[in-house]
Design a protein around this ligand. Sequence first.
Ligand code: CTP
Length: 409
Amino acid sequence: MDASAQTPYLPLAGRRILLGVCGGIAAYKSVMLLRLLTQAGAQVQVLMTEAAHAFVGPATFAALSGRPVLTDFTQGRTGQWNNHVELGLWANALVIAPATAATLAKAATGQSDSLLLATYLSARCPVLWCPAMDLDMYAHPAVQANLNTLAGFGNLVLAAADGPLASGLTGQGRLPEPEEIFEAIRGLVCTKPAWQGKRILLTAGPTREPLDPVRYIGNFSSGKMGYALAHEAAARGAEVTLVSGPTDHTVQSHRITRIDVTSAHQMADACLQAASESQVWIFCAAVADYRPEQVSETKTKKTGNGWNISLVENVDIAATLGKQKQPGQLSIGFALESGLGQAEAAAKLERKNLDLICLNSLDQPGGSPLGADDNQYLLLGKGGKQTPLARNAKAALAAQILDEVEKLF
Ligand code: CTP
């Protein structure tokens, strides 16, 4: 399939988000957050407090959201009323980012002297607070008490991030990065009952098999597909244990617990620990099949005679766990093959006691999927069931694969 024929992946299509922006320096990050939301297909209505206008101009938010920014209860002298009740009912989620100490305090005590606060009190949708302020303000018991009060109301509070602050000090108080807030919003508006509370064990990325303190045998896996699956499962409400080989990716969701490993042996250990408590196992990692028989403790020197390395087979994680799979547990594997590879993938489905295997090929028209943004799959299920997934962004494919997994619940 021609890449230009792909439909864009819009995970928030049809979702309506209210974005409340308060008067803090971190308001500039809300512009990026708005962009992420609209690019994901969400409709966004921005509500700025009066104080926020001193930090970012409303024209920026209005242009990016395609809607006028709302601040006041009425619109100038036109008599137009900005109905906070309607706004509250319209939204699928209300996110306040950045949330200042002043707005947090007012919300915690039920005050409504701004359109944003009145909308908060009226909203029936999930609410996400993203506080941002200087470290001593953030740590103050009064602010913490207000955050606890809001959490007690059933609102989600995203902890401030650690790092350099606008004051020049360093500590906890930064607005989390827009990507992390975006994932938290996704987790509010994309939850699916079938996934809520399910525990997923997922492997991702390559493994590295050491030869000596400076060298290893590795592979070209980037981990992109595994991380896309982890974030998609978390957005649906699952709790994900992500056992990850070395990658450049970061975890953006509070529902993902990442366990970093290097070798196949470490990956197997981590999986064996987490397997029994997980209902779905997804083996997306490119696990090295072999490791060097000898690992030198010191750097191996050049001899002028070449270097013969003897390799021994690693444990097959999917096959090992496949033997202890219980009724109610699902096991999903991947197969990257040269050529079409259907027979090889079907054999792996059988041998590893998988319920579904996602076959992709090194020889597909778009080229090798390793490290690429796009891929295409043929899903093979039990009883010879085949589901082709056309070329698409890995994030879109992650959603399609989980749709197929969901059918097996
Ligand atoms: N896998 C695993 N542990 C290994 C090797 C593979 O858990 N030691 C998992 C992979 O994560 C994948 C599936 O098994 O989900 C198939 O991996 P693949 O490398 O294609 O299969 P192998 O059994 O290693 O066969 P081969 O490399 O010979 O094709």
